[in-house]
Design a protein around this ligand. Structure first.
Ligand code: 5AD
Ligand code: SF4
Length: 457
């Protein structure tokens, strides 16, 4: 049989990256191998993101380029999937304007991809199959991982929070938690395969609530992990459970909603030695008035209290965040509240976003949309402040010895190894021997805004 290959382009968050690993695993099982050359691939998949408008635009731009490939090689299969496909107006646009697409599927039926691809290949027809809702969580799908030593592990899917700007509850559906046994089994298999660090994924991991089904409850960790019903494991409980996995070195998670950050989880940073001292805690805005319009369900003061609590228990914890600038109705005073919270917390780093109108979300119809030039001006001021603080935080690490999971040689400088600290800071460092895939103590000698430099000691 001819050597067949696939190319996947992934937009958006770690959820999508993880989904793409599943698609790659399925294709690998079907006998395809991955290629980095889109022009030669037999199957091209675009896994899309709809969280902001520029992701939409980049997708359509990329899809436009595929027309020529399809004209030159009519046998190539062009498939599109992911969050954008969960919106009817996108499907309509694809059908009317992007006729070279062969297969469209969504976030809820990714497990059906091999069958859908088979239908396209066998019947030489276009297939559009998008589900409005998810069935039961499908376990046991294959995955072809991107990284040898670290892995993403989904623990829950969907989001029930309906922040007023956000499309995710519409594209990823209602919250569903995986069973703790299934997660434990996956993590053990990853560790057996050489993985040292796992990142637990969910839109709001703090509301994880996994049902214990088959296993002996004592074996699952007994009373320490179960909530009062005795049937469900909380997110902190799950971390306690995974903390016991032999051979696993590090546990991370993303993303947590401040409104659901429990004391139990704050305590887990101290009591679970494998849980990395880092929390990504999206604040979105520093203005209580805007937070309310965003439907975030916490105030500026409550957020600051959480930060204080976290630091009281875990003084060296790294705190990172997401911030939206220019939400409808945001005034200069509101924006200054955001700058103020950024300074008060002192985030280790922050992802900053210009507010982007999403069709179908409540904020789409809010009055007082902020003018583009005002948004950009505030955005630049915010980034400057965020970067200044990141640089300061990094500078404070110079002269210290940190533990890094070495992922191998740096892509940009082959003389250096690269990896991250427990606080998720990027470190490039010299080492006398091959330290790939090891936990290495590194003395930090230099710092910049986005990374650290050092040498193994
Ligand atoms: N506009 C701008 N940023 C957004 N985000 C989510 N929706 C929007 C939007 N409509 C940001 C939030 C979220 C991150 C993943 O993306 O900050 O935490
Ligand atoms: Fe979107 Fe809010 Fe859910 Fe995060 S918590 S995915 S911002 S709706």
């Amino acid at each position: 049989m001819k050597d067949r290959s696939f190319f996947i382009r992934t937009f958006g968050c770690q959820m999508n990256e993880r989904d793409s690993e599943t698609l790659a695993g399925m294709l690998s099982d079907l006998g395809y191998r991955e290629t980095t050359d889109r022009n030669k691939a037999d199957v091209i998949i675009m896994n899309t993101c709809s969280v902001r408008e520029n992701a939409d635009r980049r997708f359509f731009g990329n899809l436009g380029q595929l027309k020529r490939i399809k004209e030159e090689r009519p046998d190539v299969i062009i498939a599109v999937c992911g969050c954008m496909m969960q919106q009817q107006h996108i499907i309509d646009t694809l059908k009317s304007k992007y006729t070279w697409v062969d297969l469209v599927f969504g976030t809820h039926n990714i497990h059906e991809f091999p069958k859908l691809l088979g239908n396209v290949l066998d019947e030489r027809k276009k297939v559009v199959d998008v589900w409005d809702q998810a069935d039961e969580i499908v376990e046991g799908l294959p995955a072809q991982r991107k990284h040898p030593y670290k892995a993403f592990v989904n623990i829950m899917y969907g989001c029930d929070n309906f922040c007023s700007y956000c499309i995710v509850p519409y594209t990823r559906g209602r919250e569903r938690s995986r069973d703790p046994e299934a997660i434990l089994e996956e993590v053990k298999a990853l560790v057996a395969d050489g993985v040292l660090e796992i990142t637990l994924l969910g839109q709001n991991v703090n509301s994880y609530r996994g049902q214990i089904r088959n296993q002996d409850k004592e074996e699952a960790g007994g009373g320490t992990v179960m909530d009062s019903s005795g049937e469900y494991v909380s997110f902190a409980g799950l971390i306690h459970m995974l903390n016991e996995v032999e051979g696993l070195k590090r546990i991370r998670f993303t993303t947590s909603h401040p409104k659901d950050l429990s004391d139990e989880l704050i305590d887990a940073f101290a009591s679970c030695e494998k849980l990395c001292p880092h929390i990504h805690l999206p604040v979105q805005s520093g203005s209580t008035r805007i937070l309310e319009k965003m439907n975030r369900k916490y105030t500026k003061e409550e957020y600051l209290e959480l930060v204080e609590k976290l630091r009281r228990k875990t003084p060296d914890i790294a705190i990172t965040t997401d911030i939206i600038v220019g939400f409808p109705g945001e005034t200069e005073e509101d924006f200054e509240e955001t700058l103020d919270i950024v300074r008060k917390v002192g985030f280790d780093s922050a992802f900053t976003f210009l507010y982007s109108i999403r069709k179908g979300t409540p904020a789409e119809n809010f009055p007082d949309q902020v003018a583009e030039e005002v948004k950009h001006e505030r955005f630049n001021r915010l980034v400057e402040e965020v970067n200044r603080i990141s640089a300061e935080k990094n500078r404070a690490l110079v002269g210290q010895v940190v533990e890094v999971l070495s992922e191998g040689k740096s892509k940009t400088n082959k003389a250096l190894y690269t990896g991250r600290t427990g606080g998720h800071k990027l470190v490039n460092f010299k080492a006398d021997e091959d330290v790939t895939g090891r936990m290495v103590k590194v003395l930090i000698t230099e710092s910049s805004t986005f990374s650290l430099t050092g040498r193994a000691v």
